[in-house]
Design a protein around this ligand. Structure first.
Ligand code: F6R
Length: 603
């Protein structure tokens, strides 16, 4: 979703902003823009629909500055267009603003304060920049006018504002949306994500909701809502620039699929000791052990990982687990058990839907754990506990290594709780060993890439739709496999419980419809095969992905056997590659699918 960058105190602001925006491209966007200003007050506003590459074409050599802000926009209010792209300018041309988030009461603000203002586009951001002008015109300083505007605005936001009359300061504030300050020598930067400014600094300062920060070349000042100055230590970003480069890979997604064995091994290292015992904060284990029900809250791919997590956790711990979509749970909270424990599963740790649930569970005083790849992310900061995925940055919009990392971390957590409870199945489950077997098996599947690419040509070249079916964990994998396929290749794909297909959806099977059957569970293998026969006799082009011990000669992909509780960690891999090759063969951008954002910071 929208990304923000800003810089003050360096000659080449334009170049730094553009490089920063390029690093934020992975978040998803449809237009972009920058504003830069020089000491002599020469200023430039350049905006463009489309990619950063399109914006760059419009930047002429004189577009230079020592202060600037930049933005990638993912449309919410108003269609993607140059007019709706940020930065936005106030009517009197004094204020320039970029915004990430959604202002809920923008119509009321327009009605109450801005009757005499003109609007060039349809964005809620234009309302805010003019609201600041409105307050400034009553005699307030820019800082006070911005503070005043923040008391009127309801919604989520990260703002960066420049007053053209005093281009020595960037005014910054946030609520629910991410924003960081980066510290340099005689310059400072702002960014939605540390990755954007890593080539300038790796020292960052977090901003809390409700604070107002003035960022100048040689200092920053953080003020709380009451106007008190606050000192906050900076932290060093644990990121390496090489982590965010794709090297010789054509796409990040392929690199991230290939990263998975390494991630498995890293997780084993992070969460187990030399003799394979799990090492997880004891307080987390005690809290979960004392709970009578676990609620996993997540969206999209993380939600699918949550279902696999449920299967493992229930088996190991005997604690019932419910898995909920954040966007539903927040508005229709089910009756909770007496001692619930909440697990927020989120690659980014910034997902607004999940965050709104966490705000509610925090208000109810309920214990929570965030399992995330986003160290220092909003969900991580606001939950009681965090377990990191250690997957390294995931740049492709379609999540791959974060999904398998989530399952691996939940398996280790389940083992730790199960052992604490003295459950024999848990004690007998050597997760560290099983995960190392998985890492090796993942490598063998990755080595089969070209076979998968050829099969994809046969099955998916010009199909309109496709189905993945399975039972139990194979159904959970089917949901994720279908999401992967549809989100990047645009093939309409559904993941179905194999037994449910005949209750309606089988009507969609036509001559040649690809149906992928996932078979990794001994108890359900025969039934899923039966369901595959049903669709085959109605014309389906079946593609079976099965474990070796359950495979038939005619199966298209046979996977080495692994521990029965961890099969999703291997059965998902070919489906990620299927999605990748289907997209490549259709000529779409694998890493940046249309309409999607990596970090979904609006509800
Ligand atoms: C799909 C995908 C999304 C995310 C979802 C939640 O490939 O990545 O479905 O899983 O937007 O995001 P996080 O995990 O960051 O909360």
């Amino acid at each position: 979703m929208c990304g923000i960058v800003g810089i003050i105190g360096k000659e080449n602001a334009t170049e730094i902003l553009i490089q920063g925006l390029e690093k934020l491209e992975y978040r998803g966007y449809d237009s972009a823009g920058i504003f830069v200003s020089r000491d002599d007050k020469q200023e430039y506003l350049v905006k463009s629909l489309g990619r950063i590459a399109d914006l760059k074409k419009q930047i002429t050599p004189e577009v230079q500055g020592t202060i600037g802000i930049g933005h990638t926009r993912w449309a919410t209010h108003g269609k993607p267009s140059e007019g709706n792209a940020h930065p936005h300018t106030s009517n009197n041309r004094q204020f320039i603003l970029v915004h990430n988030g959604v202002i809920e009461n923008f119509e009321e603000i327009k009605e109450e304060f801005l009757k005499n203002f003109q609007f060039e586009g349809d964005t809620d951001t234009e309302i805010v920049v003019n609201l600041i002008q409105h307050f400034a015109q009553t005699g307030m300083t820019t800082k006070v006018a911005m503070k005043k505007a923040l008391t009127v605005i309801r919604g989520s936001y990260a703002f960066a504002l420049i007053d053209k009359n005093d281009p020595t300061t960037i005014y910054v504030a946030k609520n629910k949306s991410p924003l960081l300050i980066g510290l340099g020598d005689d310059f400072n930067v702002i960014c939605s994500d540390a990755m954007a400014m890593l080539n300038q600094t790796n020292h960052f300062v977090e901003i809390a909701d409700g604070e107002l920060v003035t960022v100048q070349a040689d200092k920053i000042n953080i003020e709380d809502e009451k106007g008190n100055s606050i000192y906050r230590e900076s932290y060093e970003a644990q990121l390496d620039l090489s982590d965010i480069e794709k090297g010789t890979y054509p796409y990040y997604m392929l690199k991230e699929i290939d990263d998975q064995p390494t991630v498995m091994r890293r997780i084993i290292q992070e969460y187990t000791n030399a003799v394979g015992t799990t090492v997880i904060d004891e307080q987390i284990i005690r809290k979960i052990t004392a709970s009578d029900r676990i609620y996993i809250i997540a969206c999209g791919t993380s939600y699918h990982a949550g279902w696999v997590g449920k299967a493992i956790i229930e088996k190991m711990t005997t604690i019932p687990v419910e898995v909920h979509l954040s966007s539903e749970f927040g508005y229709n909270m089910p009756l909770l058990s007496e001692n619930p424990f909440f697990i927020f599963l989120s690659q980014s740790g910034e997902t607004a839907d999940s965050r709104q649930v966490l705000v509610q569970t925090n208000a109810l005083g309920l214990p929570s754990l965030t399992v995330t790849n986003g160290s220092g992310s909003t969900l991580s900061r606001e939950a009681d506990y965090t377990l990191l995925l250690h997957a390294g940055p995931e740049i492709a919009v379609a999540s791959t290594k974060a999904y398998t990392a989530q399952i691996a971390v939940l398996a280790l957590l389940a083992k730790a709780v199960g052992d604490e409870k003295g459950n024999q199945v848990s004690i007998d489950f050597n997760v560290a060993h099983e995960l190392s077997v998985i890492a090796a098996v993942m490598e063998t599947i990755i080595d089969e890439k070209m076979v998968i690419s050829q099969l994809v040509e046969k099955y998916l070249t010009d199909t309109r739709n496709a189905f993945y079916i399975g039972r139990g964990v194979d159904y959970y994998v089917s949901m994720e496999a279908a999401l992967k396929l549809k989100e990047i290749s645009y093939i309409q794909a559904e993941g179905f419980a194999a037994g449910e297909l005949k209750h309606g959806t089988i009507a969609l099977i036509e001559e040649g419809t690809p149906v992928f059957g996932v078979i990794t569970d001994k108890k359900t293998a025969a039934h899923t095969r039966g369901n595959l026969k049903e669709v085959e006799s109605r014309g389906a082009n079946n593609f079976v992905i099965a474990l070796a011990s359950l495979a038939k000669e005619t199966d298209q992909l046979v996977l080495p056997d692994v521990h029965p509780l961890l099969t999703p960690l291997v059965s998902i891999l070919p489906t990620q590659l299927i999605a990748y090759f289907a997209t490549l063969q259709r000529g779409y951008d694998v890493d940046k699918p249309r309409n999607l954002a990596k970090s979904v910071t609006v509800e």
